[in-house]
Ligand binder design. Structure first.
Ligand code: 13P
Length: 251
């Protein structure tokens, strides 16, 4: 049995004061939510405050990126051990916005996954195709490329513990959510690629859907057999809308 994960990706939103207001609104709403893991992926400057404010709660705090090197002359970057030192739970790697605007490659992501693993950080690896790639029937080829290269350096144990987020780029921030069939097909395909590397890991790896997830479409998406949760952007910015998505999967 895979425990579902609902993770909110705030992207470049919320100052520390705003994050504190959010978390004091969210925690009471999650009081009765069972059988679900909840994560918030927050800007670097919010990490310490959110780690402190969520201690003892079910909410886990993730960074949105990190550098692959343990330390060095990389101005403006943050290492895995820096995240680990302040008790951050995990890190999002390879979000399509980072791939597009910051030139992240699959080869670098493979190194980042390994660095996260060595530091004991949980990792959420994002994959997904553009609208054009889907129109050209390249979705499976793109996912295969991203997974084969991105997963090249981690061992089976790390693979089993990994979270992979399927985020079709055409569905991010557009309101154009994938159909249940598109989401299921892509997530099942991702699981089959993991199975090709390690069959046992494919049973435990969690695969999230992301892209315009809202309270009113979450129930259908989260009921799909190969969808083990959601990575939520816009709807994770308000406690009520985020808690409603958690509620769609909580027991
Ligand atoms: P939206 O939920 O705003 O479409 O964003 C999805 C996303 O990019 C989460 O990482």
């Amino acid at each position: 049995m895979r425990t579902p994960l609902i993770a909110g990706n705030w992207k470049m939103h919320k100052t520390i004061a705003q994050s504190e207001r959010f978390i004091s609104g969210l925690l009471p709403l999650l009081y009765a939510a069972d059988g679900v893991e909840v994560g918030i992926c927050v800007p670097y400057t919010d990490l310490q405050a959110m780690v402190d404010s969520t201690r003892g709660s079910r909410v886990e705090v993730y960074a949105q990126n990190m550098h692959e090197a343990p330390e060095g002359a990389y101005t403006g970057e943050i290492s895995a051990s820096m995240l680990n030192e302040i008790d951050v739970h995990g890190v999002v790697l390879g979000h399509s916005e980072r791939r597009e605007y910051f030139n992240e490659t699959d080869a670098v992501l493979a190194e980042k996954l390994l660095a996260a693993r060595k530091a004991g950080l949980a990792a959420i690896l994002c994959v997904g195709e553009t609208e054009q790639q889907r129109a050209d029937e390249q979705t499976e080829a793109v996912l295969t490329h991203q997974l084969d290269r991105g997963l090249a350096l981690i061992d089976a144990e790390a693979l089993a513990a990994l979270v992979i987020a399927y985020e079709p780029i055409w569905a991010i921030g557009t309101g154009a959510v994938a159909t249940a069939e598109q989401a299921q097909d892509a997530c099942a395909f991702i699981r089959s690629r993991v199975a090709a590397i390690d069959a046992a890991a494919s049973e435990s790896v969690r695969i999230l859907y992301g892209g315009s997830v809202k309270a009113d479409n979450a129930t259908e998406l989260l009921a799909l057999p190969d969808v083990d949760g959601a990575l939520v952007g816009g709807a994770s910015l308000e406690p009520e809308s985020f808690a409603a998505i958690v509620g769609a999967v909580a027991t």
